[in-house]
Design a protein around this ligand. Structure first.
Ligand code: SIN
Length: 303
């Protein structure tokens, strides 16, 4: 019997598989398809202080082995997440959830994190400083080590639960930003968010996406994500949640060998809603195939 359990800053997970924010709604939508209690946890849709309608459409573009999204942080706002979404989730998920919080100012991040920190079902807060689809917010805080540290400090000052900062790959040196977040008190790092990309429609000769550019994700970005997790693991002591193109149990193991303690699955859920279920079912067999008894023992094993 293999051991798939991992621990994220004291949050014990039955397995390291976590649907990524923005690809799993608030969980109850997927609970209609399968028992989501098999998941390690999941990260809910990026939440802001105010409700957001998101960006104009079209905001999705398909690509070989991936996709571009420019959703623009569509969400019902922190009040409704607390009063409506979390109660619905509680009916079908008896584990701790990861709260993904976004913002347009340091105060907004702190406000939303302080509110969500009080929710019993939240086990960990993932602070998204890396959304590439909004102006004057999101990624603006994640492309500067100083700004990322400022958000981290402000959030840590008002929360009690582990805080993981979700980093952008759209930077020259992601290691510098990860270190700045760790120095500012982050309990962990989530990485990577999407890569800024675009497509042009050959018939209209104009960008496919109304916002012109969007975040590229899916299997095509896996080697980039893996490389960045590997680099950051060498530089920080806090745990890493690795993500970016993970689509199979093999990918989960590869990501953990690079240095991830847990692994998020994003775009794969949009292609195959059972992706996480399939990966969780495959994981023990894949571990046996590669002679791994205990997943925790392989974290960073490639170094
Ligand atoms: C979005 O809502 O635009 C995607 C979220 C993100 O990339 O952080």
């Amino acid at each position: 019997m293999v051991n798939t359990k991992v621990s994220l800053s004291g949050l014990e997970l039955d397995n390291p598989v976590i649907p990524a924010s923005g690809t799993f709604g608030f969980g109850y939508e997927f609970a209609e398809l399968y028992d989501i209690n098999i998941l390690g946890s999941f990260s809910f849709k990026g939440t802001t202080r105010e409700p957001r309608f998101g960006n104009p459409t079209p905001r999705i573009a398909e690509c070989p082995n991936g996709m571009i999204n420019s959703v623009g942080l569509q969400n019902p706002g922190i009040d409704k997440v607390i009063s409506e979404e979390l109660p619905k989730l509680k009916k079908c998920f008896n584990k701790k959830v990861i709260a993904n919080i976004s913002g347009f100012s340091v105060d907004e991040y702190a406000y939303c994190c302080e509110r969500i920190d009080k929710e019993e079902q939240v086990g960990l807060i993932e602070v998204n400083v890396s959304c590439p689809n909004v102006h004057n917010g999101g990624m603006a805080f994640g492309t500067s080590a100083k700004a990322a540290a400022e958000v981290t400090k402000a959030v840590k000052a008002v929360t009690t639960k582990p805080v993981y900062i979700k980093l952008s790959p759209n930077v020259t040196d992601i290691v510098e930003i990860a270190k700045a977040c760790e120095d500012a008190g982050a309990d962990g790092i989530s990485m990577i968010n999407t890569l800024l990309g675009m497509r042009i429609d050959l018939r209209t000769k104009k960008p496919v996406i109304a916002n012109k550019m969007g975040g590229f994700s899916g299997a095509a970005i896996f080697p980039v994500a893996l490389r960045m997790v590997y680099q950051v693991y060498e530089a920080v002591k806090v745990p890493i949640i690795g993500m970016g193109g993970v689509s199979s149990a093999d990918d989960v193991i590869e990501m953990m060998l690079a240095g991830a303690t847990a692994v998020q699955v994003g775009a794969a859920n949009l292609v195959e809603p059972y992706a996480c279920k399939n990966i969780i079912e495959e994981l023990p067999k894949t571990m046996e195939k590669y002679k791994i008894d205990d997943l925790t023992s392989i974290i960073g094993g490639a170094h």
